[in-house]
Design a binder for this molecule. Structure first.
Ligand code: SF4
Ligand code: SF4
Length: 337
């Protein structure tokens, strides 16, 4: 098994495109914020023009199609086709597993590299308490259906205090599911998590303590990788000898919403801090002060937006200095079997 820290790719454009914000579920930690990003659905022709604006002749582009639930988009297959015709290097569809509009029948394995599913527990009882009734059954059925059709399958598990103990049970569940890649995410205090709506703990109480994170995540990742599944998880806490780097400054990631907002940093998505926007289908910079002004600041805590938005995961020494620096949320570690 190989373990390595994966810096964000600087030679690729990564396009995280929210084709709509609508969803059939109401997950308690949902990061979608309709007050900021509206309830629109992007037309394929608009998407085609926006992709053209983001393409760079010397960089491959990876497209991640998101929602809401992106398979609720009635023309998602057309979006995939136009993206492939334009020459994107890879297409991933993130889904809660319901796979609406017969999407598995309308796209093929040459056009979609991965369907990426989300589960937050190993049983219907534990998962559905977070993601809603029926979601465990729908997700596991969707995983099997996608694999049966020959698609690559990923699974994402979002860790919070509500389910970190459950993570240790995932290796056993993954033995029963046809999953090639497993992603552990850390909960971001955005959308419903930030507002702490719905049942469960308040927003700060959802954040996992450093000790618990370090005790649990990499050892579980190693067990899963030993069973032949590649595992990726965020670095979160930088070691003393590791350099800090901000992906918004150093790479080419675009988080795009149907109302035309384009963020470089996903932690900013709850605020009108986007540094770019589509206006009349042209990508234009927004006025200061925006995320671009903030991410250039150098602070001893590492990530500026973490310090501003979710400071609960920073510890300080008695002399006031931070006990650790927080890595960019896009810096990952990976275990390759
Ligand atoms: S987290 Fe995803 S699946 Fe859950 S409500 Fe939000 S958009 Fe839907
Ligand atoms: S999470 Fe922090 S380090 Fe990463 S892009 Fe945002 S501001 Fe930069």
């Amino acid at each position: 098994m190989m373990r390595r820290t994966v810096s964000f790719s600087k030679n690729a454009t990564n396009i995280f495109l929210h084709v709509l914000t609508r969803c059939n579920l109401r997950c308690t930690h949902c990061y979608i914020n309709p007050a900021q990003h509206g309830d629109g659905t992007l037309a394929p022709d608009t998407i085609e023009r926006w992709l053209a604006a983001l393409f760079h002749p010397k960089r491959p582009a990876n497209l991640i199609l998101l929602g809401g639930e992106p398979t609720l988009h009635p023309q998602l297959d057309r979006v995939v086709k136009l993206a492939r015709d334009r020459g994107v290097a890879s297409v991933t569809i993130d889904t809660n597993g319901y796979l609406f509009n017969n999407i598995l029948q309308k796209v093929d394995t040459k056009a979609v590299d991965f369907f990426s599913f989300s589960l937050d527990g190993t049983t219907a009882e534990r998962n559905d308490a977070i993601r809603g009734p029926g979601s465990f059954a729908a997700c596991t059925a969707g995983i099997r259906a996608a694999a049966d059709k020959g698609f690559g399958v990923s699974l994402i598990y979002t860790v919070s205090t509500r389910n970190i103990d459950e993570l240790a049970l995932m290796p056993a569940l993954l033995k029963q599911l046809p999953v090639q890649r497993f992603f552990i995410q850390v909960i971001g205090l955005r959308g419903r998590s930030a507002a702490a709506k719905g049942p469960g703990p308040s927003s700060a109480a959802l954040q996992v303590h450093e000790k618990k994170w370090k005790e649990t995540v990499s050892s579980t990742a190693a067990r899963i990788a030993a069973d032949g599944i590649a595992v990726t998880f965020p670095k979160v806490y930088l070691d003393d000898d590791e350099p800090f780097e901000c992906a918004a400054v150093a790479s080419h990631n675009y988080f795009i919403f149907p109302n035309g907002r384009v963020y470089r940093c996903p932690l900013c998505e709850d605020f009108p801090l986007h540094s770019l926007a589509f206006r009349d289908d042209r990508l234009v910079p927004t006025d200061p002060v925006n995320e671009w002004d903030l991410v250039q600041l150098e602070i001893p805590e590492g990530c500026v937006m973490n310090r501003l938005i979710q400071p609960g995961n920073i510890r300080y020494r008695s002399d006031g200095r931070p006990a650790h620096r927080i890595a960019c949320c896009l810096l990952k570690e990976t275990f390759i079997p």
